[in-house]
Design a protein around this ligand. Structure first.
Ligand code: G6P
Length: 474
């Protein structure tokens, strides 16, 4: 409904690194897989409603087999009613653009998490070339002089300027999903002027929070020649409010306890993350160990289920983190475990959306302890899953979500003692207080969905388009 009011003239183009659908070859034939998450749901709804095209890197084992010669997914392989255009990146391009510049340089630069950005000229050159390929695809897919182009994230920072150079009247709506860095941090990035020029060629440049916006404005003000006319605003991203299943909790309890072999009396703390050094997984494990050490009566009564999805393993800090987390979990289990009780249940095998929802419903408290996080949708998904109004959210004050979820228990994840105390407070919280806090947070998430996020961004883009005459006319 929010999106129905818009009219983008059937010429809307989404461009992102990851695709909304990948195809895999399996023994049973080709299967299409859709990554979990609200962003795809919302942007697919925009495209389905408006007509348009999504451009992304094709990385599935059967992606080529499901496309025509130009990289368009054949209609019978695409459930959505829009065009999906895949871009084929070579291994060298993935290494330079994705692993190298995006995740080896920009990701650690933008997150305060103790990992040094790896700044290599060759990676930047590759990033620029790949961004140009994405921009060329946008131009090729546009059906008018004024397409609405939705650019996603730090992988594609140069795309706005590259599209603007070819389609001066395009309405370019760029969203930066990760924290925007402090000016003095950005100053360490040798190619910051080009990066900023790339982003500020957008019509609207969206960031997650008021803090990100302030840092973006400061970086912009510090430039010698502040370029581009981009309107910058904060649009906190969110999730699609799920179908509510108040009775699902008991069934989820049983499934999770069977699956992870949790004894009936044991209470459950939960962490759900990508295996990423920004997420504070090590700090969380240390705090849990401290909690068990300081509360010996709790050993045998509470376990931490940590779901950690591996990724970006081409990069050394990710491989190191994986090892550290395993070692730490093993150590805690040897020290505090006993027959029939494992304090840390580490699951790195992947879990589908239904499995994650079960975890949300089966736990007593969800621990979101990111050292820094653009938003963190786990916090919002957890709240949305608790139609029973039970469960406690422990939330890092350095996650963007903390600006909206004021009734969570706030923590500074670097303060292990305070984090351990927050675990204790969460486990001791009376049901009445859990319910009051949960109800307040649920009202916020129910109101501010990812559909509203998309609608606000598009509405601001349409308003900007209406305000600026086409260059042809001017
Ligand atoms: C996080 C960030 C997103 C980013 C994604 C990429 O979720 O918040 O902004 O796009 O990571 O993850 P990937 O697995 O594609 O490297």
């Amino acid at each position: 409904r929010l999106l129905a009011r818009l009219d983008c003239g059937e010429d809307i183009i989404v461009v992102s690194n990851r695709a909304p659908w990948i195809h895999r070859a399996t023994p049973d034939g080709i299967v299409g897989e859709r990554p979990a998450g609200g962003l795809v749901t919302a942007l697919e709804a925009v495209l389905a409603g408006q007509g348009g095209c999504w451009i992304a890197h094709g990385s599935g084992s059967a992606d080529r087999a499901t496309c025509d010669a130009r990289g368009h997914v054949l209609a019978h392989h695409l459930p959505g009613s829009y065009r999906l255009r895949r871009l084929w990146l070579s291994d060298a391009e993935v290494a330079g653009y994705y692993d190298g510049l995006a995740n080896g340089a920009l990701w650690p630069l933008c997150h305060r998490a103790g990992v040094e950005p790896r700044l290599r000229e060759a990676d930047w050159a590759c990033y620029r070339r790949v961004n140009q390929r994405f921009a060329d695809a946008v131009v090729a897919e546009a059906r008018s002089e004024r397409p609405v182009v939705l650019v996603q994230d730090y992988h594609l920072a140069l795309v706005p300027a590259m599209v603007r150079a070819r389609l001066p009247d395009a309405v370019i709506l760029t969203f930066w999903h990760i924290p925007f860095p402090e000016a003095r941090t950005l100053a360490r990035f040798p190619w910051r002027a080009e990066l900023m020029r790339g982003l500020l060629a957008s019509t609207v440049l969206g960031v997650q929070t008021a803090g990100d916006l302030a840092r973006l404005d400061a970086a912009r003000a510090g430039m010698n020649e502040p370029p581009g006319g981009a309107v910058a605003r904060a649009y906190p991203i969110s999730i699609a409010w799920p179908v509510q299943e108040p009775d699902a909790v008991a069934a989820a309890h049983t499934r999770i306890r069977n699956r992870f072999k949790v004894a009936p009396g044991v209470r459950l703390l939960l962490g759900v993350d990508r295996m990423d050094y920004t997420k504070g997984i090590v700090e969380r494990l240390r705090a849990f160990a401290l909690f068990l050490q300081q509360n010996p009566d709790q050993a045998g009564r509470v376990a931490l289920l940590q779901v950690a999805a591996p990724g970006r393993t081409a990069l050394a800090p990710y491989r190191r983190l994986d090892r550290t987390v395993r070692v730490l979990a093993g150590r805690i289990n040897r020290r505090f475990g006993r027959a029939g009780y494992l304090p840390v249940l580490l699951h790195t095998g992947g879990l589908d959306a239904a499995g994650v929802a079960d975890c949300y419903r089966a736990c007593d408290a969800c621990l979101v302890t990111s050292l820094q996080d653009g938003m963190n949708l786990v916090a919002k998904e957890f709240v949305a899953a608790r139609a029973d109004l039970r469960g406690v959210l422990v939330l890092s004050r350095w996650a963007g979500a903390s600006a909206e979820l004021a009734q969570a228990l706030p923590v500074d994840p670097r303060d292990i003692a305070a984090l351990s105390e927050a675990i204790g407070a969460a486990l001791a919280m009376p049901p009445g207080e859990q319910g009051a806090r949960m109800a307040a947070m649920r009202a916020v998430v129910r109101e501010h969905t990812v559909f509203r996020w998309a609608a606000r961004l598009l509405e601001d883009g349409m308003a900007a388009q209406a305000a600026v005459p086409a260059t042809a006319v001017a």
